[in-house]
Design a protein around this ligand. Structure first.
Ligand code: BGC
Length: 728
């Protein structure tokens, strides 16, 4: 890694002292680049409003949203520096969520890797490309825990589990920021604080109402993990939490984030969220919104103008102290100084590097590895891997010859992404590879004429040695504001699956999706099924490599896949009830159950197959008792009973059997990946410490309670392989 010269120390306190209040407020305001360059186009992801900024305000703006590309960002920076009376460089921020130009799988797919190394490597690559494109800060990691597959932003989260999300959050921070040893590191911003992923009914921007116990147990840990890993910024969320919009929630931002967790870096609003406190019915006007926001602990206002238009009068009448504003400005300048912008305002931005680094072979290889590791094999009736010596294969479906990047694809383009059809052709140059759409993509397949293509596809499938069906949902069917009430496979695709699988048993479905889908309608017909998520630039290549056994499946589900949308939210670590559904068929009356569906998801959290079979032995515990300064070792023997060298993910879950508050049936506490040769057996051990047994009590302590616990070790969250022990 190249070590760059760190910026010389600036007297940033002096700069703050020299600034007028109005200039400070502009420094704390974020707008799109068209405010600075009149002929540029700003990235609008929310309501566009007239902000009524004066030319002086524009000259003193502190940060810019969503401008990308070295030429543009350099122009913005130069134009700004020529105007800014204090010559304070801009911080350029953008949503680099799963790659800048080289796109890797959506974050939900990255969660499925259960592999912090690849997550860190991908984030480092994204940071490098983004820095070259002139970005200083990314609005990532998004760590909102999500349990409801209807929510469109599932795609942006690493899933339903606080432990996994925390690991993934920290890995992303390490990857983006490093230790800022290079100008190719960028600062990152954890979001959306807090509990944005718990939007009622899975509808984006909707309210969240939950106990503090639940918030602290499940929703807060991943934000904290990102902060502990050194994350430079926090973004407050759109949603109300127990009636109070996060942007103006003093308890959340000031008391928990700032005071309890000691976070003294930048807090930024979400897009227009200060002004939206008026819509929420929490503030009467911009003046009240500005006061609530700054007193809650926010620093930067994104895409609204309550600070700039109202704060001067709030300071003048003593409602807000100027000291509070100064502290916020200082935080912003500190980050600019840390990134070396005062010395080198262009930083990593380089038109030359854009030509050589973007989509380079090294980066494509990282994206391909990530796409391979993120894929989850759900079913395989001995058809996969396909033989590479087949003569004819047909790739069918609305997503068979389409790059699949998903939402928030940065500066990437689906036209540059390898499709499954192209990936198979590349891998098998001597095989006849055909492509047929079979039906239309996205919502359009609901159109009548979408069924017309099915017969032709089935006819081609009948004559082929193998079939890959590329189905699911389109890139634009998940993401911000893209919640859905139907998450089943659309009818035309179901009919396509039935027609094709009835004439060719050598079939696999590659499921593309930005959220868990209901696969109940297609699962019985398919011989094999794998979730590819939205895999990005190298998705097609990864798909071909996986289906033809060039690599094995390693991914595990980071969210449960429901049997029916009516089960949502369905997740593995639910609380015990007084009337559990005791029989696997769920027929016992007066129990917690549905009349028409089992309680369990179709595929559970942590589930995923590979081309090998592994046997996991009973658990051996080093003791059945431990005290609080002690630990236990829980060991299983894992044996590769398959034919190939292969990896598997061994997962440790713990259940607190009795406590002062009802506890989940089990919770993930650690995982380990192990690689074994055919026939090889090895011990996998986990150290269970008292810390792993702690939880947030309803009286506000984070502690463990003595009593009975169960340790589960298995291949997924359904495992019944358990051993009991006591904390004494
Ligand atoms: C999203 C944020 C994003 C911001 C800036 C908002 O609409 O909620 O996640 O960072 O826009 O693009």
């Amino acid at each position: 890694m190249t070590v760059e010269k760190k910026g010389a120390k600036m007297n940033i306190k002096k700069i703050v002292a020299d600034m007028s209040l109005r200039q400070k407020l502009a420094q704390l305001s974020q707008y799109t680049c068209d405010f600075i360059l009149k002929d540029a186009e700003g990235m609008i992801t929310g309501p566009a409003a007239a902000f009524n900024l004066t030319a002086e305000d524009v000259a003193s703006i502190g940060t810019v949203l969503g401008a990308c590309g070295a030429e543009l960002t350099n122009k913005i920076q130069d134009t700004h520096l020529a105007e800014d009376p204090h010559k304070i460089p801009l911080l350029l921020m953008a949503d680099i969520i799963h790659g800048y130009k080289t796109v890797y799988p959506i974050p939900l797919g990255m969660g499925a890797t259960f592999d912090e190394d690849i997550v860190e490597e991908c984030s480092r690559m994204a940071a490098k490309e983004a820095a070259i494109g002139g970005i200083h800060v990314t609005f990532s990691p998004m760590v909102d825990l999500v349990r409801d597959a209807r929510w469109g932003r599932c795609m942006e989260s690493t899933g339903e589990d606080a432990y996994l999300n925390s690991k993934m959050a920290a890995a992303q921070v390490r990857g983006y920021q490093g230790n800022f040893e290079s100008k190719h590191n960028i600062a990152c911003c954890v979001k959306h604080f807090a509990a944005y992923g718990a939007a009622e009914a899975g509808r984006d921007y909707n309210s969240v109402d939950m106990s503090e116990h639940k918030l602290r147990e499940y929703y807060l840990p991943a934000y904290k993990a990102a902060i502990d890993a050194g994350c430079e910024l926090v973004m407050t969320a759109f949603n109300t939490l127990n009636g109070i919009p996060s942007a103006g929630n003093k308890w959340l931002v000031n008391d928990i984030l700032r005071e309890e967790w000691g976070f003294d870096k930048i807090v930024i609003s979400d897009y227009n969220s200060f002004r939206e406190m008026i819509e929420h019915g929490y503030c009467a006007d911009g003046r009240e919104a500005a006061e609530k926001a700054v007193k809650a602990g926010n620093d930067i206002e994104m895409m609204s103008n309550t600070y700039i238009t109202c704060m001067e009068s709030l300071v003048a009448d003593g409602t807000v102290s100027e000291e509070l504003i100064d502290k916020a400005v200082l935080r912003v300048l500190k980050l600019k100084e840390k990134l070396g912008l005062f010395d080198d305002p262009a930083r990593g931005a380089s038109i030359e590097d854009e030509k050589t680094v973007f989509l380079c072979e090294e980066h494509r290889a990282i994206a391909r590895k990530a796409a391979e590791k993120s894929a989850v094999l759900l079913k395989n009736n001995d058809v996969l891997p396909f033989s590479k010596s087949i003569k004819k294969i047909v790739v069918i479906g609305p997503y068979a010859n389409k790059g699949m990047n998903g939402a928030w694809f940065g500066m990437g383009s689906e036209a540059e992404s390898m499709t499954v059809f192209e990936g198979v052709k590349k891998l098998l140059p001597d095989c006849e590879v055909l492509y047929l759409a079979g039906c239309k993509a996205g919502f359009a397949e609901k159109a009548e004429n979408s069924y017309d293509l099915i017969e032709e596809a089935a006819e081609a499938a009948r004559k082929a040695d193998a079939v890959i069906l590329c189905i699911g949902e389109d890139s634009f069917e998940s993401g911000e504001a893209f919640s859905k009430t139907s998450i089943s496979i659309p009818d035309a695709q179901v009919e396509l699956v039935k027609a094709v699988t009835s004439v060719n048993r050598n079939n696999v479905a590659a499921i593309f999706c930005g959220r868990p889908l209901v696969l109940t309608d297609i699962e019985p017909y398919l011989s094999a099924m794998a979730v590819m998520w939205q895999p990005g630039t190298e998705g097609g290549s990864a798909c071909a490599n996986l289906f033809f056994g060039e690599c094995d499946f390693e991914g595990r589900l980071p969210m449960s896949f429901p049997r029916s949308v009516g089960q949502c939210p369905v997740f593995y670590n639910y609380l015990k009830t007084g009337r559990p559904q005791e029989t696997p068929n769920g027929e016992t009356p007066y129990r917690t159950r549905y009349l028409d569906c089992l309680n369990t998801p179709l595929y559970s959290f942590g589930y995923g197959l590979s081309y090998n079979e592994f046997e996991i032995s009973d658990i051996a515990l080093s003791s059945d008792k431990m005290n609080s300064d002690d630990s236990l070792i829980a060991t299983v023997k894992v044996k590769n009973v398959g034919q190939r060298k292969g990896k598997t993910l061994i997962q440790l879950y713990i259940s607190d059997v009795f406590a002062s508050v009802a506890r989940p049936v089990k919770e993930l506490r650690e995982y380990k990946r192990i690689e074994l040769m055919p026939g090889e057996e090895s011990d996998v051990s986990f150290e269970i410490s008292e810390e792993m047994l702690r939880f947030n009590t309803v009286s506000g302590e984070f502690t463990s309670e003595k009593g009975l616990f169960k340790a589960y070790i298995g291949a997924d969250s359904d495992t019944e392989n358990c051993a009991e022990f006591f904390l004494i």
